[in-house]
Design a protein around this ligand. Structure first.
Ligand code: CP
Length: 320
């Protein structure tokens, strides 16, 4: 694997290899000193043109747990604010030495374009409405961790699908791993051409709730004006929110998931987000391990190295 740009680039075997390796990274993350020498001497740069809490911090944490050097790039305080182009920015960072660049941008396709300009590995950390592949990997891992397998599982993705790179990535990953996906949304929050998507679609949230293994809520994306596509947030919540009454109709082992940040009281009730079967915090924790696996596969010693124990041996306290 040279880059990670989209779930579409990964076969089922590739997905399962990443999820298997994530289990090793979860074990590393649970150690008293969660650090191994696997990527010592490698440099990972974060280039985020859009805001982020979870993705940016977890890539940073993942790189550090693998002993890579990190550089984080704040767009607002960089020469981008003086008009420097993306290409010149990337070439400038590359001249300082980097092995991987983690990119988030508001326009679809920017990470793929950067991959054509650089020798470094590029990881898509979210591009426009297009893809957010590591989100799909951490969500798949979280489901597998709880339910054992995605094969034959019934997953609802509920809400603002049209603006959602998370939905596009997750539909592909869940489908490839054997789950069936039903989209639950008003027509205004669905893409106009859905015929090629491997999904069912309904507006009737209440009818699908009892059959679900996973109820995955999407954020109403206020920054992408999704509020303007529903009559009111109150009406949206009444028809498409996971209220306490709806959550009671899920079967007892069904998982409640959300990529964050949540709009509590809109797509998910505040109390529902705190239930035992709501695994939002686990999704975040697994995000670090999944990103460790991705960086290791891109920059590490390859499959032979993954089989070797030495890269996962603890770093001595004197080496930190
Ligand atoms: N889920 C997600 O991508 O969150 P951030 O925007 O905080 O990175």
């Amino acid at each position: 694997m040279r880059h990670l740009l989209a779930i579409d680039d990964l076969s089922r075997d590739d997905l399962e290899e990443i999820l298997d390796l994530t289990s090793s990274m979860v074990e590393v993350s649970g150690r008293s000193i969660p650090k191994v020498p696997a990527l010592r001497g490698r440099t990972v740069v974060s280039l985020f043109y859009e805001d982020s809490t979870r993705t940016r911090l977890s890539f940073d944490s993942a790189a550090k747990r693998l002993s890579a050097d990190t550089m984080s790039f704040a767009v607002s305080s960089s020469s981008i604010s003086k008009g420097e182009s993306i290409r010149d920015t990337v070439e400038t960072i590359e001249a300082m030495g980097m092995d991987a660049i983690v990119v988030r941008h508001g326009y679809s396709g920017v990470p793929a374009q950067i991959a054509r300009w650089t020798q470094a590995s590029v990881v898509n950390a979210g591009d426009g409405w297009h893809q957010h592949p590591t989100q799909a990997l951490l969500d798949s891992y979280t489901i597998r961790d709880h339910l054992g397998d995605l094969e034959g599982r019934r997953i609802a993705i509920v809400g603002d699908v049209v603006h959602s790179r998370v939905a596009r990535s997750n539909i592909e990953a869940f489908n490839r791993l054997g789950a069936s996906v039903v989209l639950v949304a008003p027509p205004t929050l669905l893409p106009s051409a859905l015929s090629s998507w491997p999904v069912e679609v309904t507006e009737d949230f209440d009818s699908v709730i009892p059959e679900l293994d996973v109820c995955y809520l999407l954020r109403i994306q206020r920054e992408r004006a999704s509020e303007a596509l529903v009559p009111s947030l109150r009406e949206y919540t009444a028809r498409f929110g996971l209220t306490a009454a709806r959550a009671r109709r899920l079967h007892s082992k069904a998982l409640i998931m959300h990529p964050g940040p949540m709009n509590r009281g809109v797509e998910i009730a505040g109390d529902v987000a705190e239930q035992d079967n709501a695994v939002v915090a686990e999704q975040v924790a697994n995000g670090v391990a999944v990103r460790m696996a991705v960086l290791f596969l891109l920059l590490g010693p390859g499959r032979a190295g993954a089989a070797s124990q030495s890269v996962f041996e603890p770093v001595g306290i004197e080496e930190i």
